[in-house]
Design a protein around this ligand. Structure first.
Ligand code: FA5
Length: 341
C-alpha cells in the first residue's frame, strides 16, 4: 500500500470518528463509537495500525506520526463526548425525577369477610357436621309462605302491616295477596317441604326484615338460622340435643341450654331457647315440634311424620361470642370495627 492511500484511510477514520462522537446522544452511542474506533482487537485504529506494517520502511516515520495525531484526535473526541453527556442528566432521569425503586411501597389494605358472613360460614360448618344441608329461599315472599302455610291465619296480629314490610300495604288492607319482605326464615321450611318428600334435615341462613326500631339488640334487618328436621321418630329430646351440640360447638363446652314454654303458631309445643354462657342467660330464638297443621299445608301426613324446627338470631350469636354490646355496630360500615374480625 502506498503512503498516500494509508494517509487517506487515516483521514477518513478521523472524520468519521469526529462525527460519531460529536453527535452521540447517550452513553450507549459513545460506547459503540469507542468499540468501533478505539477497540483493542477489532477497532478501526487498530486495523490502520496493522496496515502500517506493509509500508516501505522509509515511509513509516511519516505514517507513524500521522497515526499518532489521528489517535490523539479520536481520544479527544471520545473524552469530549463523555464529558458532554456527564454534564447533561440522561433524558429518562428528567422524565421521572421522583422515582426511587428502592423505597418500600405502600402496603395494600386487604379486605375481609363481614363478621356476620364469617358467622354464617361457621354455623353452616357446625350444622353440616350434624348432618344438616343448606337450603335457600327468596327474601321477597308471598303471604302463603310467610304466614298461611305456617298456620298464621289472616286475622292473626303477626300479619299486621305495622309489624311487616309489605311491598304494597294498601293491597294487604283490602284483602289482596301482597308480597312482603320475609319476617322470618321459617318461610324456607314451607318451600323445602313443598318440593321435597320426608325425611328432611336442613338449615337456612339469611336476612329477614321487621319494622323494629333499632336499639342495642334490635335492627330492622337481621339474620336468622332456621333449622328443620322431619322424620318418623323425632322428639323434643332430639331438638334439645341438636341445639346443645350446636351451642357447645359455637360457644364452648361450658354452655347450658334452657327451654322456656312459649307460643309460635307453627310449632306445638313451642319454646324459647336460652343459652347460659359467661354468667348470663340470653335468648337466642324460638323452637318447637312442627305443628300438624303445617305438615298438612305442605301435603305431609302428620300421622306418618313428625319433626322439630328452630329459628335463632345470627347477630345475637355473633355478639355473644365476640362480646359485642350493640347490634348497630355491624351495619355502620366502620372499618375500625369490622377490621377486628
Ligand atoms: C321467630 O322468628 C320464629 N320464626 C323462630 C322459630 C322458628 C320458632 C322455628 C319456632 C320454630 P322470633 O320472632 O322470636 O322467632 O325471632 C327469633 C330470634 O331472632 C330472636 O330470638 C332474636 O335472636 C332474633 N331477632 C328477633 N328480632 C330481631 C331484631 N329486630 N334484631 C335482631 N335480632 C332479632
Amino acid at each position: 500500500m502506498a503512503l498516500a492511500d494509508f494517509l487517506k484511510q487515516l483521514d477518513e477514520v478521523a472524520v468519521q470518528a469526529a462525527q460519531v462522537f460529536g453527535s452521540a446522544a447517550d452513553a450507549e452511542a459513545v460506547e459503540a463509537g469507542r468499540v468501533e474506533f478505539m477497540g483493542a482487537k477489532q477497532g478501526r485504529l487498530k486495523a490502520a495500525q496493522k496496515g502500517m506494517g506493509v509500508l516501505d520502511k522509509a515511509e513509516r516515520p511519516a505514517a507513524g506520526k500521522r497515526f499518532n495525531e489521528v489517535k490523539e484526535q479520536i481520544d479527544a473526541a471520545f473524552q469530549a463526548a463523555v464529558e458532554r453527556l456527564a454534564a447533561k442528566p440522561p433524558a429518562v432521569r428528567k422524565m421521572t425525577p421522583q422515582f426511587d425503586p428502592t423505597v418500600p411501597g405502600t402496603p395494600l389494605r386487604i379486605g375481609r369477610l363481614h363478621p356476620i358472613t364469617q358467622t354464617i360460614e361457621e354455623l353452616k360448618d357446625i350444622m353440616g357436621r350434624l348432618g344438616f344441608s343448606v337450603a335457600d329461599g327468596p327474601e321477597i315472599e308471598d303471604e302463603r309462605h310467610n304466614f298461611e302455610a305456617l298456620n298464621i291465619p289472616r286475622e292473626h296480629p303477626a300479619r299486621d302491616p305495622l309489624d311487616n314490610f309489605y311491598l304494597a300495604a294498601a293491597g294487604h288492607a283490602s284483602g289482596v295477596e301482597t308480597a312482603l319482605l320475609r319476617s322470618q326464615t321459617s318461610t324456607v321450611q314451607i318451600r323445602v317441604m313443598e318440593k321435597t318428600p320426608p325425611p328432611i334435615r336442613i338449615i337456612c341462613l339469611g336476612r329477614v326484615y321487621r319494622p323494629d326500631t333499632a336499639d342495642a339488640t334490635h335492627y330492622p334487618m337481621f339474620h336468622q338460622m332456621e333449622g328443620l328436621l322431619i322424620d318418623t321418630h323425632v322428639t323434643m329430646a332430639d331438638l334439645k340435643s341438636v341445639l346443645r351440640l350446636f351451642a357447645t360447638s359455637y360457644l364452648g363446652r361450658d354452655v347450658h341450654i334452657r327451654f322456656r314454654p312459649s307460643f309460635f303458631p307453627f310449632t306445638e309445643p313451642s319454646v324459647e331457647v336460652d343459652f347460659h354462657w359467661d354468667g348470663q342467660w340470653i335468648e337466642f330464638g324460638g323452637a318447637g315440634m312442627v305443628d300438624p297443621n303445617v305438615l298438612n299445608a305442605v301435603g305431609y301426613d302428620p300421622e306418618q311424620v313428625i319433626g322439630f324446627a328452630f329459628g335463632l338470631g345470627i347477630e345475637r350469636l355473633c355478639m355473644r361470642r365476640h362480646g359485642i354490646t350493640d347490634i348497630r355496630e355491624f351495619y355502620k360500615n366502620d372499618v375500625r370495627f369490622l377490621h377486628q374480625f
